[in-house]
Write a protein that binds this ligand. Structure first.
Ligand code: SF4
Ligand code: SF4
Length: 342
């Protein structure tokens, strides 16, 4: 790996050079919050964002995606990836993208996701400002930050750029950059290490301790006590960078000669998620608020750990900020479970 240095005044021209070749999705301000959006002006990039409302997974796994266009006699897949740059991704979201890569590659590989993913350049960015609910310094700490092409760290006078792949090399070659000094590279390492230790929230136990205790707490009264305030809105799922459930539907066009099969994000906290057709009616296999609340926490802290090398949570804190009932924060619930007698 080599590390380059980009002066502050070089950021705009570099982003413009990328925009001349590809759509560039980057964090931009929307009133008091931030979103990943396609840039129209390089000056709109906000690498000082705390977090975005929706995670960057929408670049590969959009909220609604056509899968197949069909007529009465034939069907045509909709995979048509466009090269793009996903710019300014925080390390916790890079981990989440890597987790989705693992999940969408296993078994029957999901080519609708993978085609978009493989055509995307990912440029990571250091955390300059913490989201008030963030706890990424105490979760998934054993999971490497991997799968991105470049990583920028804000240091005095500009940014260090770690060049990690041939795709990253292609992007840095759009402008002329010199190597970072040892002082700049060491400063970048310290900044990224400090970002982990200065998160506003934390889990108090290791992933292994949490996995064992949460699994053993299946019958705890806490599931019901806490979920009693849940509105089943599914917002905690929708904003989560590691949630990947979707619903598939077919819709016929109004001429009845053809139609579209599409998928859209689904949410296990909603009451419809676990409903299945049974003998002309419906049956739910997770009827109660507590059933659904427990399922979400089990998915994050227990079930996927072995497959992903750590919990399916990267500590972004988006779910905590999105929850009107103020119960979705994994640190609050898991720290309580860990302290409770079984
Ligand atoms: S469970 Fe919450 S904190 Fe964890 S990754 Fe999902 S949204 Fe972020
Ligand atoms: S935990 Fe909060 S965000 Fe999640 S479904 Fe319930 S009310 Fe909505």
């Amino acid at each position: 790996m080599k590390t380059l240095f980009l002066r502050d005044e070089g950021l705009g021209p570099w982003v413009e050079a990328m925009m001349a070749r590809y759509p560039v999705l980057a964090p931009v301000a929307r009133k008091s919050r931030f979103v990943f959006a396609e840039l129209e002006d390089a000056k709109d990039v906000r690498l000082d964002y705390d977090t975005t409302i929706l995670p960057p997974k929408k670049a590969f796994f959009p909220p609604k995606q056509d899968l197949v266009h069909f007529t009465g006699t034939e069907a045509r897949g909709c995979i048509d990836p466009q090269a793009k740059v996903l710019f300014g991704v925080h390390p916790y979201d890079i981990k989440a993208i890597h987790m989705l890569d693992v999940l969408f590659r296993e078994g029957y590989a999901d080519h609708n996701y993978l085609a978009n993913r493989e055509h995307t350049y990912i440029v990571g960015s250091s955390v300059q400002k913490h989201y008030e609910h963030a706890f990424f310094g105490s979760v998934s700490v054993d999971v490497p930050v991997t799968g991105h092409d470049l990583f920028l760290t804000r240091v005095e006078g500009g940014y260090t750029i770690d060049v990690l792949t041939a795709k990253g090399e292609e992007l840095v070659n759009l402008v002329s950059l010199s190597g970072a000094s040892d002082i700049q590279a060491n400063a970048a390492n310290k900044i990224n290490a400090d970002a982990l230790t200065s998160c506003p929230k934390k889990l108090n136990n290791t992933a292994q301790e949490i996995q064992a205790k949460v699994r053993a707490s299946w019958n705890s009264p806490l599931w019901e006590e806490v979920s009693d305030r849940c509105f089943s809105c599914g917002s905690c799922n929708t904003v989560c960078p590691t949630c990947y459930c979707f619903d598939v539907q077919d819709v016929w066009h109004i001429d009845q000669k053809g139609g579209t099969r599409y998928r859209r994000w689904d949410a296990c906290m909603t009451s419809e998620f676990a409903e299945v057709s049974v003998q002309g009616g419906t049956e739910s296999f997770r009827k109660t608020l507590a059933d659904r609340f427990r399922h979400r926490i089990m998915r994050k802290a227990v079930y996927l750990n072995d497959k992903l090398g750590g919990p399916a949570c990267v500590g972004c804190g988006r779910c905590a900020g999105a929850c009107t009932a103020d119960i979705a924060d994994p640190t609050a619930f898991i720290n309580t479970i860990m302290e409770a007698k079984q």
